[in-house]
Design a protein around this ligand. Structure first.
Ligand code: UDX
Length: 440
């Protein structure tokens, strides 16, 4: 196979990363979106999302003539070797994925696709979607292929270029092999399978990660109650190669655009198949409980939320992104406000506009008159803050570090107290004598 002519429908973070990276691999890529203004910006090399390396890749693709952006998919689809569907599949009624955007694209381009053009789902779609698309399409000469992405926000380009694996599934084996060949320059194991299995891999992997995090958050809670330290516990667990070291950091809960959506969708799909997936439902319940526990912990540390002034550091769902979709940080901050606290928040990548809180553009401003400071997103820059200066600005002395991000000693040396997650509380009185955190 030489360079393939590829159409990518949808220029969200999955589509744009996929398109720019495929162009980077030497293919000729046309990215399509319905948003004319966005297409114009992208055609001028302007990338709206915060994704390291993406803007550079887009510029290189544009100037090499391998990447273009257009409105409307029909023309490009009529001469394509492959069409990647990267349109949103949001959570619909009852937690099931809403496939209307996918169906609309299939209706738009179905009749113009050349014979043997691969129609590929890239966004996460429910198990069985390839079959549904085949029925909608009503064509035997166009293979439908599932090729899920495993891109993390903030490292999407690196994840695309150095994947752990490439998963391609189709009931047309030769089409699946051909699609896998598009990635031949990437050194990664290929899993070539049927369409339903490829679709299932994505859910099974993301839901496993969510369960792992709920589990670790629950273990952190137990550590706190029983006087153990989650840092040592996860280090001891992580050396077990069957468990691994990653995704073992406790925090305010898992969020973002994928894990919440995918966990709900799989529970729903299981339910529809007559299987009560209590293991996964429990992970979702645990994730909500985690936010409640964190709010209670903050309340305890500042002596009640009503009328308290709380400085919040971090609103994004994780560091390295401006994304607040299903962000546990934003949801904890909103809960504090709902409980009557005055919330002043700062995030290096997130602006304001959230009800009940004042978002400022300087981290030190959150400390002014604050009864407590709460770290909710693990931005590296929070580690480097001048805690002596923050302490001078504060009214109270509580620092609640829900990501175990800070150096507790630096906080203590500033005359403040430090309360992490699943770790002994550190106060000036407890210096050198680590006492277990009291329950709020
Ligand atoms: C995730 C999957 O990792 C990716 O494979 C998939 O394609 C899309 O969904 P992303 O949503 O970018 O990627 O976030 P990820 O980095 O996986 O983090 C998910 C959530 O878990 C975040 O809220 C993060 O803060 C939390 N997390 C992660 C922890 O609390 N502790 C950890 O140790 C790791």
């Amino acid at each position: 196979m030489g360079q393939a002519r590829i159409v990518v429908v949808g220029t969200g973070y999955v589509g744009l990363t996929t398109g720019a990276c495929l162009a980077g691999l030497g293919h000729r890529v046309t990215c399509v979106d319905v948003d004319e203004a966005k297409v114009a910006r992208l055609a001028a090399g302007q990338v709206d999302i915060l994704e390291p390396g993406l803007e550079e890749l887009v510029s290189r693709g544009l100037s090499a003539g391998r990447l273009s952006f257009v409105v409307g998919a029909r023309r490009a689809a009529a001469v394509a070797d492959a069409v990647f569907l990267c349109v949103p599949t949001p959570m619909g009624v009852g937690g099931a994925a809403d496939l209307r955007a996918v169906e609309a694209v299939v209706a738009e381009i179905g009749d113009v696709l050349p014979s043997r053009c691969a129609l590929i789902t890239k966004s996460t779609v429910p198990v069985g979607t390839a079959g549904r698309i085949r029925d909608l399409l009503g064509r035997d000469d166009v293979p439908v292929v599932a090729n899920p992405e495993f891109l993390r926000e903030g490292t999407a380009v690196a994840d695309f270029m150095s994947p752990d694996r490439i998963v391609v599934g189709s009931d047309d084996r030769s089409a699946a092999e051909w699609v896998a060949g598009l990635y031949r320059d990437l050194a990664a194991p290929n899993v070539i399978t049927d369409a339903a299995s490829a679709e299932m891999v994505k859910y099974a992997a993301n839901c496993f990660l969510a369960m792992k995090l709920s589990y670790v958050n629950a273990i952190a809670e137990l550590c706190e109650r029983l006087g153990a330290d989650i840092l040592a516990v996860t280090e001891g667990m992580g050396y077990d190669r069957r468990i691994g070291r990653s995704f073992l950091k406790p925090g305010p809960g898992w969020g973002g655009s994928c894990l919440p959506k995918d966990t709900h969708a799989l529970v729903q799909v299981a339910d529809a198949a007559g299987f009560d997936f209590t293991l996964l439902s429990a992970a979702i319940v645990e994730n909500i409980a985690q936010r409640d526990r964190i709010v209670a912990k903050i309340a305890g540390a500042v002596g009640g939320l009503a009328g308290a002034r709380i400085g919040v550091l971090g609103l994004a769902f994780k560091a390295g992104t401006s994304d607040v979709r299903d962000s546990p940080a934003l949801s904890v901050a909103s809960m504090l406000a709902a409980h009557g606290a005055e919330v002043i928040a700062y995030d290096p990548a997130v602006g304001g506009g959230f009800p009940g809180m004042n978002v400022v553009d300087d981290p030190y401003q959150v400390a002014k008159g604050a009864d407590g400071i709460v770290v909710l997103t693990e931005w590296d820059e929070f580690r480097k803050l001048d805690w002596t200066y923050l302490a001078e600005l504060m009214h109270g002395e509580a620092v609640i570090d829900t990501r175990n991000l800070l150096d507790p000693q630096a906080v203590l040396d500033a005359g403040l107290s430090w309360l992490g997650l699943g770790r002994p509380r550190r106060t000036r009185a407890s210096q050198g004598d680590l006492t277990t955190a009291g329950r709020p």
